[in-house]
Design a protein around this ligand. Structure first.
Ligand SMILES: NC(=O)c1ccc[n+]([C@@H]2O[C@H](COP(=O)([O-])OP(=O)(O)OC[C@H]3O[C@@H](n4cnc5c(N)ncnc54)[C@H](O)[C@@H]3O)[C@@H](O)[C@H]2O)c1
Ligand SMILES: [Zn+2]
Length: 378
């Protein structure tokens, strides 16, 4: 047995775990189609993969300070040992960095390091690094190529797929941004072992969402394999990430700019975003979405779209992962409802809700009444 291949403390992977046969998801977007590769130990092959893609030798890795320590320095060293010339640019970890100051700072450092229009940017990290890295790449010198290397479960199943990039304003989240597709996405599940449980839960909530909106088989699978998922068993984890990416890729490729179908990805999010905001962002995204998914599913039950048994299954799965299914004590339903009506996705004063229609299907409605909302939080 050889020595452990490691990217800092983040990505330990024994050589026997590296299968070299990766899960692949094709994101079919006409001339900008690309591939998502998923698997344990994938990053050990990054230099070969980059050569296959014909990327330039000079690379600019954009990451946050946590991921820089966990993975960034080792990745940079591996790339440089393999004949690349990789620069590492980091910003302080956390959502607070997702703003224009960070974008300008990174862009200036890119110029100072000699980046040009043919340079390649690698966005390494969670959704914050992906959103910032992708945004910088999409506007730097009118746009340079980039690759996503997502390192949180949420980023691997959600933010690295679909091409939305952006940063926050003091007035709200993700208010400045672009649509920009990466050249490729490399999701190494080996790096997930260092994720705190709460970060893992953020990703799991999204995976449950994909099952509910599009794939009852995925939902059944999560229900049965919850223990393997918590323990990041490689085959199980690769499968749920692949299915999630396939579902998001399918939805996004049919509706790249959010006209219709893409709305189903907001299942649980209309209420979830309001819960997050009302809590002053102390409730993590996954927990808020979990509360939101259960709340709208209760509306489905009262409209006869979902059986009480199906609602119990959703609640049961979420509880296995220690995700909350009710709003926390002390949070006023009224403040959630008020906040929802101010959401940027509200059109003509009507709030759109994605209601489950059985497990694996949804309907989108805009006629949910105040009374129905009050009942689900009651
Ligand atoms: N573009 C999109 O379509 C899209 C979709 C969903 C969410 N998002 C955005 O994604 C962001 C949330 O993403 P996130 O939850 O990944 O947040 P994040 O990037 O802040 O990562 C969460 C924390 O985990 C750390 N981390 C990252 N990888 C790690 C690893 N392997 N081991 C240990 N720690 C690690 C990070 O440093 C950070 O502290 C939000 O800003 C949200 O708006 C974007
Ligand atoms: Zn989400």
């Amino acid at each position: 047995m050889g020595k452990e291949i490691s990217f800092g403390t983040g990505a330990k992977c024994k050589p026997e775990d590296i299968v070299h046969v990766w899960e692949r998801v094709e994101v079919p977007l006409a001339e900008r189609s690309y591939e998502i590769l998923i698997g344990p130990g994938l990053l050990t092959e990054l230099p070969d993969r980059l050569r296959e893609l014909g990327v330039p030798k000079r690379l600019f890795i954009v990451t946050d300070t946590n991921v820089e320590d966990l993975i960034g320095y080792d990745l940079q060293a591996m790339l440089n040992d393999s004949g690349f010339h990789a620069h590492l640019l980091s910003f302080p970890a956390g959502e607070e960095s997702k703003n224009m100051d960070t974008v300008v700072d990174l862009a200036r450092r890119l110029v100072q390091l000699g980046a040009d229009r043919r340079s390649m940017l690698l966005a390494l990290g969670g959704g914050v690094s992906g959103d910032i890295g992708g945004f910088v790449a999409s506007i730097f010198m009118r746009g340079i190529s980039f690759i996503q290397i997502p390192t949180t479960l949420l980023a691997q199943v959600d933010s690295s797929v679909g091409g939305k990039t952006g940063v926050d304003l003091p007035e709200g989240k993700n208010l400045l941004g672009t649509f920009a597709q990466p050249v490729s996405v490399f999701a190494d599940i080996g790096v997930l072992t260092s994720l705190p449980a709460s970060e893992l839960r953020n990703g799991i909530a999204e995976i449950v969402k994909y099952g509910m909106i599009r794939d009852s088989y995925l939902f059944d699978f999560i229900e049965k394999k919850w223990w393997d998922i918590i323990n990041l068993e490689p085959e199980t984890t690769s499968f749920i990430i692949r299915r999630s990416c396939e579902i998001k890729a399918e939805v996004v490729s049919k509706d790249e700019k959010e006209g219709g179908l893409r709305r189903i990805l907001n299942f649980g999010h209309t209420i979830g975003h309001a819960v997050e905001a009302v809590s002053g962002y102390t409730i993590p995204h996954g927990e808020a979405v979990s509360i939101g998914m259960v709340a709208v599913s209760k509306i489905s039950v009262s409209r006869g779209l979902l059986t009480p048994g199906q609602l119990s299954r959703l609640q049961g799965v979420l509880e296995q992962f220690k995700l909350p299914i009710e709003i926390p004590d002390g949070m006023e339903p009224d403040s959630i409802i008020r906040h929802m009506k101010r959401d940027k996705k509200v059109q003509d004063g009507k709030v759109h809700f994605v209601l489950p229609d059985g497990i694996g299907n949804t309907v989108i409605v805009n006629d949910v009444t105040q009374k129905e909302l009050e009942l689900v939080f009651g």
